[in-house]
Design a protein. Structure first.
Length: 332
């Protein structure tokens, strides 16, 4: 990036650091479906159409969630550099139109909470391993709910054994439907389980233990065929905190908004020492989604299903270099 491409009077190093932090957001199969245009008065967030996952995410809903999560990271990184970000979500953002535009909204004051979230953004990882069998305290739960609401979304926390059993059944059913779909499997294989050298996708080291039929929570096998050691006697925690993040509305803007809420929730969880993994199957399979809403009494729009608890350390997944995320500046 040369000096001419910086925004808001920040140095290239500061902008580079902010985009790097944005790119640490989660995305389905670690597809990293975002790009940025850096202009003197704004930073635009764009979807990357070449990183779509048509079999897993045909409507680009999860792509927009991931971009929203990257946007949240960008916001806190800019605040840390002393800029208050003014964020506008753009309807029908696709093609050459951005999903969101961040403009200068004045100077930002330091805040301890933002610094904690920023540190969490560097340490957050999806953790597919079993968690320790300790329930998430109710105070932590309340903080997660507040974090979601702060970004104008809603967290439905499962509270009964009946709800858990219903979710377990639906995750299993949706998982089986996806395994029976050759296009889904081809896409999954293309993006996951590749050791070494790649800057995207889910490497085998980030997989949990190999899923087995008796597992309480079906998890995708991100290390199939890698000869990974089977974990003997593995036990998933008996009572993870299970929650469905919902948006108040449907559509593109609501998905980018929900992505910001997702990231604030995940970073808040990280600051509390909690690990998280996703159970996206029942939202990705449309017929199961309708049942999920019915079973849990959700009238809003489910966007992500999460499992949270106290976990052990897991390795980071790779990211592409910032230079690969930059869109050329439009001609003046
Ligand atoms: C919307 C969304 C849905 C996801 N769904 C799943 C899922 O169903 N199963 C899973 O193991 N990981 C899921 N992930 C996690 C990604 O695989 C993970 O974010 C990516 O590999 C990058 O790794 P990191 O989160 O550790 O940085 C999802 C992520 C996002 C943003």
């Amino acid at each position: 990036m040369d000096e001419a491409t910086t925004a808001f009077g920040l140095t290239t190093t500061e902008i580079d650091g902010a985009l790097r932090l944005a790119s640490l957001a989660p995305s389905v199969h670690n597809s990293q479906p975002w790009r940025f245009a850096v202009l003197p008065d704004r930073i635009e967030l764009h979807a990357d159409p070449e990183r779509r996952l048509p079999a897993t995410d045909p409507e680009d809903r999860e792509l927009r969630l991931a971009c929203g999560a990257a946007l949240f990271n960008l916001r806190i990184a800019l605040e840390e550099s002393g800029i208050r970000p003014l964020t506008t979500l753009v309807p029908n953002g696709s093609g050459s139109s951005p999903l969101a535009v961040v403009r200068y909204g004045g100077r930002s004051r330091p805040s301890a909470q933002r610094t904690r979230l920023l540190r969490a953004a560097r340490g957050r990882r999806t953790n597919r391993r079993p968690f320790i069998d300790v329930a998430v305290p109710s105070g932590h739960r309340a903080e997660l709910v507040r974090a979601t609401e702060a970004e104008r979304a809603w967290l439905h926390v499962l509270s009964t054994g009946q709800e858990r059993a219903a979710l377990r059944e639906l995750v299993n059913r949706a998982h089986r439907a996806q395994l029976a779909d050759p296009a889904f499997l081809a896409e999954f294989t293309a993006w996951t389980g590749h050791a070494g050298g790649r800057q995207d996708g889910v490497p085998p080291g980030s997989a949990g233990p190999r899923p087995e039929p008796q597992d309480e929570w079906v998890l995708r096998d991100f290390a199939a065929g890698q000869g990974r050691e089977r974990v003997v006697g593995k036990d998933f925690e008996s009572q993870p905190l299970l929650a469905v993040l919902c948006s108040f509305h449907e559509g593109d803007l609501a998905q980018v908004q929900a992505g910001q809420a997702l990231q604030r929730l995940l970073l808040t969880a990280t600051t509390l020492g909690l690990a998280a993994s996703f159970l996206s199957q029942p939202i990705e399979v449309p017929s199961v989604l309708a049942e999920l809403r019915h079973a849990l009494g959700i009238t809003l729009t489910p966007q992500a299903v999460l499992r949270l608890g106290f976990g052990s350390a897991v390795p980071a997944t790779p990211r592409r270099p910032v230079a690969d995320l930059l869109l050329p500046q439009p001609a003046p």
